[in-house]
Ligand binder design. Structure first.
Ligand code: A2P
Length: 345
């Protein structure tokens, strides 16, 4: 079997570590795993795909003789290094928002629009974590009933803000439980603008003039691009919650055709990547605790929506570090190989 040389930019971060784990777990055919990060981590040794690898500082030569580079180091680093990767004929799969809305860059969830990979020009974007999880529930229903518009409220875990977000929540919880005086302010800025332990913060990313945050607009704009429905109406509120891992989203969706719950259940049950976990009387509904480190997204609380004529309300949960980032990126790499579109540009 042919094996591939993979670079991981941001290999020391929350998503990078999951990418390494998933390449191993899914037995991705790796010929070389090149671990790239900032100068801070250069020289660190990390076990990856059967070898002890030394982390290297990312520079424009880092992509020579690589087939694929998966970037999870923030938009600025993608912008800085993506061209160097393309010049080395290395296909970029990017977890940041840098190129998601670029018309020449496919924005892909393999179960939904894997065919968009056929026209890539060297960069492929991974969707925003909440959008990916929401669309895993919405897309099969859209195929069956025709999506008209939807409202979403997200409950986003702290690991969505990187490894430092997790540390911040853990430290705040420890300090509050032990009744210790507040620690001195950290040298670096806190990750969250307000306490996150025992709190909710209805604010992720910058506010825009219309009162929405950039994160909330991603749900609308990326949905339009992935589903190929430029006119779809979406209103979203994104909330950071004191959960370590897995994002949850409450969705109220209106459809073109009449809906019914039995058909909606069958549709969801038959969709790859989704698990219907919906027995409310047995207290069975998806929760972040059950969907952490799980490849499937869970859908539950499915019911007719009293707010619309053709409406469904449901709750979808998925590991945002996996389906919202690392897993989706590794699936894109697998799909590029199976579709034979890992070509030089
Ligand atoms: P480093 O650990 O050397 O800072 P997270 O999202 O968990 O905060 O992780 C961010 C990732 O992005 C880390 O692996 C981090 O590496 C990496 N990173 C940050 N700055 C750069 C840079 N200038 N070049 C390459 N990788 C970077």
């Amino acid at each position: 079997m042919k094996k591939y040389r993979i670079g991981i930019v941001g290999a020391t971060g929350a998503v990078g570590q999951e990418i390494i784990h998933l390449l191993e777990k899914r037995e991705f055919p790796v010929a070389e795993a090149r671990l790239l990060a900032s100068s801070r981590s250069a020289g660190r040794e990390i076990q990856a795909c059967g070898n002890l690898e030394v982390v290297k500082e990312t520079n424009s030569d880092s992509f020579k003789n690589l087939d694929i580079a998966i970037f999870s180091a923030g938009s600025q680093n993608t912008v800085t290094f993506a061209d160097a990767a393309r010049k080395s004929d290395c296909v970029v799969i990017d977890n940041s928002s840098a190129f998601r809305m670029d018309k020449d860059v496919p924005l892909v969830i393999p179960e939904i629009n894997g065919d968009a990979l056929e026209s890539h020009k060297g960069i492929i974007a991974n969707p925003n974590c909440s959008t990916a999880v929401a669309l895993m529930g919405l897309y099969p229903l859209h195929k069956r009933f025709g999506l008209k518009r939807f409202f979403a409220s997200t409950y986003q875990a702290v690991s969505g803000a990187g490894a430092e977000g997790v540390t911040e929540l853990e430290n705040q919880v420890k300090n509050q439980i032990s009744n210790e005086p507040s620690p001195p302010p950290p040298d670096s800025d806190p990750v969250f603008q307000h306490p996150i332990a025992f709190n909710l913060i209805p604010h992720i990313d910058d506010f825009r003039e219309d009162g929405y945050t950039k994160e909330e607009l991603k749900m609308r704009n990326e949905t339009r691009k992935i589903l190929g429905i430029p006119s779809i109406q979406v209103s979203c509120t994104c909330v950071r919650v004191p959960v370590l891992r897995a994002h949850s989203i409450s969705i109220n969706a209106e459809f073109d055709s009449p809906v019914n719950v039995p058909d909606a259940r069958t549709t969801l049950e038959n969709f790859e990547g989704v698990e219907l976990w919906d027995l409310p009387n047995a207290l069975r509904y998806p929760m972040p605790i059950n969907y952490s480190e799980k490849e499937l997204c869970g859908v539950g609380r499915l019911r007719l929506d009293h707010g619309f004529s053709n409406g469904l309300a449901f709750w979808v949960v998925g590991d945002q570090l996996w389906k919202g980032a690392a897993l989706n990126a590794v699936q894109i790499a697998e799909e590029l190989i199976s579709r034979k579109c890992l070509k030089n540009l």
